[in-house]
Ligand binder design. Structure first.
Ligand code: ZN
Length: 63
């Protein structure tokens, strides 16, 4: 199941949002800020679907 990722604004690393395309339809996510606890810097980031992407395998660094 492809994960939905966003990028940590501090480290530039991909962060799993906890959502995947099995549970949500990425295209239909509302354009609102969604909080996610970042494993890289420990802060909570707010991401919007317009800033996120679907990781379908391979390296998540290759956006
Ligand atoms: Zn972060």
């Amino acid at each position: 199941m492809p994960d939905i990722l966003m990028r940590c604004p501090h480290t530039g690393k991909p962060v799993q949002t906890g959502l995947d395309t099995e549970t949500v339809r990425f295209e239909t996510l509302p354009s609102i800020a969604i909080p996610v606890k970042c494993p890289h810097c420990g802060e909570v980031h707010f991401w919007k679907p317009t800033e996120a992407w679907v990781w379908e395998g391979g390296s998540p660094l290759q956006h």
